[in-house]
Design a protein around this ligand. Structure first.
Ligand SMILES: Nc1nc2c(ncn2[C@@H]2O[C@H](COP(=O)(O)OP(=O)(O)O)[C@@H](O)[C@H]2O)c(=O)[nH]1
Ligand SMILES: [Mg+2]
Length: 327
């Protein structure tokens, strides 16, 4: 039997291979946490037990990269992740990119699923693309769970999300540091102002600054927006001008992320589990679900041991909300 086959049948081997940074093993492990079939719950438990056995506790600094589609988040993350592992030989970096589902094609917006390519042999870098299953972006149904595995295996975990509004707020709930990535396009800043989104990020990135004139205009507009949106705060908020295409300004951004690793203690995703669970219920069951949730005290202990909502999911499937709530 070849090594990958052995790994697929034995969770300990799978976890060991994933911890060594073997991409196929990582992909398999992650897909266990994306699997909606009933029998996947048992495999998740086994995988988590194997992670515990290895002492693979949550350790990653979780960094959100969020903003408009096409701003260059994926391109930039490719460059930034490589630079981070180059400057620190002990560091490992994972990227989870959540693309809005395209209603027409069922695929990713702008087809950017393949945009981040890491060198094949580099075990300290891992990239995973997911669909948000929502046309307007936000986190995917399983993003949270996948991140809770990857935060145990990598030192820095980037989560890329698309969308104006919702996804920034969602990623804020568990990211230790959030960057809002803008591109030099007229109108951008106005949209962000409207959504109140300027209040979310810890720092701003204006990418595509190889387009100099547009970049200057956008920087100016961003500073002006910030002085309204975050008065008093706006002078201290870092703004990075970058180009994923030429590498311009990337060093300063990488430096900021590296500094965050030493200055911010990762919260770990467990702290955000309850909020995430409520959203999971709200997304699937809407207002009705939230009303039901309020009356179910047992849900207080969102299944921290399983690091998934499997038990709650079974409950919802087997015992749907009482029909009187439908009225
Ligand atoms: N000129 C220029 N183009 C860029 C830059 N970064 C990304 N792009 C291009 O912008 C498009 C969208 O990039 P992508 O990384 O997929 O954006 P995302 O949707 O924010 O992840 C692609 O065609 C990239 O090649 C940049 O710094 N300068
Ligand atoms: Mg992208």
């Amino acid at each position: 039997m070849s090594a990958p086959d052995a790994a697929s049948s034995d969770p300990r081997l799978l976890v060991a291979a994933a911890a060594r940074g073997e991409r196929r093993a990582l992909a398999r492990l992650v897909s266990v946490f994306e699997d909606s079939r009933t029998d996947a719950a048992a495999r998740r438990r086994e995988a988590l037990a194997a992670l515990d056995e290895r002492g693979a506790a949550p350790r990653a600094l979780c960094v959100g990269f969020t903003g408009t589609p096409g701003a260059g988040k994926s391109s930039l993350l490719g460059v930034v992740a490589k630079a981070l592992v180059e400057r620190d030989p002990t560091l490992s970096v994972a990227v989870v990119a959540v693309d809005p589902a395209s209603v027409l094609s069922g695929g990713a917006l702008l087809g950017d699923r393949t945009r981040v390519t890491f060198p094949a042999g580099e075990r300290r870098l891992y990239f995973r693309s997911q669909s948000s299953e929502r046309a307007l972006g936000g986190l995917g149904r399983t993003t949270f769970h996948v991140c809770r595995v990857l935060e145990r295996l990598f030192d820095v975990l980037f989560v890329e999300t698309v969308g104006i509004g919702q996804s920034e707020i969602e990623v804020r709930e568990f990211a230790d540091r959030v960057y809002l990535v803008l591109q030099p396009l007229a109108g951008d800043q106005v949209q962000f102002m409207k959504a109140g989104i300027m209040e979310i990020p810890d720092a701003f990135v204006v990418n595509k600054c190889d387009e100099e004139r547009a970049a200057r205009r956008s920087l100016h507009a961003l500073r002006a927006s910030l002085s309204f949106a975050r008065p008093g705060d706006d002078d201290r908020l870092p703004i990075f001008s970058t180009s994923a295409a030429t590498g311009l300004g990337v060093d300063a951004l990488v430096e900021d992320i590296a500094r965050s690793r030493t200055s911010i203690a990762p919260r770990g995703l467990t702290a955000a589990a309850r909020a995430h669970f409520e959203r999971w219920v709200a997304t699937g069951y809407g207002e009705l679900g939230l009303r039901y949730l309020a009356g179910v005290p047992a849900l207080e202990d969102v299944d921290a041991a399983e690091l998934s909502f499997d038990r709650e999911f079974r409950r919802w499937v087997c015992e749907p909300p009482p029909t009187e709530l439908h009225r």
